[in-house]
Design a protein around this ligand. Sequence first.
Ligand SMILES: Nc1nc2c(ncn2[C@@H]2O[C@H](COP(=O)(O)OP(=O)(O)OP(=O)(O)O)[C@@H](O)[C@H]2O)c(=O)[nH]1
Length: 334
Amino acid sequence: MLNRFFGQKPQEDPKQKKTNEDVQEQVAEQQPDIEQRFSFLSRTRQMFNRLGNTVQENDIITDSLWDELEESLLGADVGPSTTLWLIDRLRERASDENMRTGRQVQQALREELTQLLGKPAALRFSKQSPLTVILVIGVNGSGKTTSIAKMAARLKHEGHDVMLAAGDTFRAAAIDQLQEWGNRVDVPVISQKPNSDPGAVVFDALQAAQSRGSDVLIVDTAGRLHTKFNLMEELKKINKIIQRFVPDGPHELLMVIDATTGQNALLQARKFAEDIGLTGVIITKLDGTSKGGFAFAVADDLGVPIKFIGTGEKVENLMPFEPQNFVAALFAQQ
Ligand SMILES: Nc1nc2c(ncn2[C@@H]2O[C@H](COP(=O)(O)OP(=O)(O)OP(=O)(O)O)[C@@H](O)[C@H]2O)c(=O)[nH]1
């Protein structure tokens, strides 16, 4: 069933998989394809097209161009601080580089946005241990469970033996939901009763993963801890348990953020990111929103790579983040 979504299953050894950079290069050769592959960004693209029109209408650089540029970036939810930084940077470049037309500013904006997103960042796998452990955090409703399932399906398709741990033990429904997704994508889920110790669930899952010979364990951790202190204490405990089995683990600590909750979600994410050693972000629900500029605010504010983006509710709707193509898609048809 998964092959229907992902195409023909590759035969290669997962350890020799293509890096994101290789994939990016390959995709760059298929430019006409970008618009179609990124069609989920259509509403955000409209915001950037508005920006394109602004730039086109002004063939000399006036103050109103800067004002309209600012309005468009804020409208796409690039966020106040990133927007101001971008405008400052572009004004500086316009002056240094003697820019005379809006087109030149637009090209510079593309460059700055691409730069802001950084290089594509693939998932990190253990170099020392046969088992890679990925922890996932995120608030209620962010799309955490769905993203875990999508990631499991993708990794399984790439040839990994994946297991899930229901470490978010606060709600029976959360455990059931993960079980359900596990069944759907045909990946085993280790769980215990609601309210049991998440550390004990992780311990069980590590044992099970090792005895089964799984090479990736994805741990769903609590998303609704009220304070940073609680979250950190729980993560410390879980980390200690993981390191008894896998000394260089956990290999990823990913936060799932819903793009439609905008700048408020970012405030909370920033607080967590500073102290818990976040290694990456999954931005969900980029489909159907005009707020896709949120990705730039995330990259600018959190200083950790965006590893995946959620592009819909189906299991195949998870895309490794491709910074260059993401920006290219926003400026398509201009
Ligand atoms: N459109 C869209 N919907 C998504 C995406 N990711 C998740 N969702 C939907 O968002 C809703 C919440 O997703 P969950 O995975 O249940 O969220 P959660 O963070 O685990 O939240 P709880 O179940 O409340 O713990 C579901 O209806 C998902 O189908 C996405 O990328 N795009």
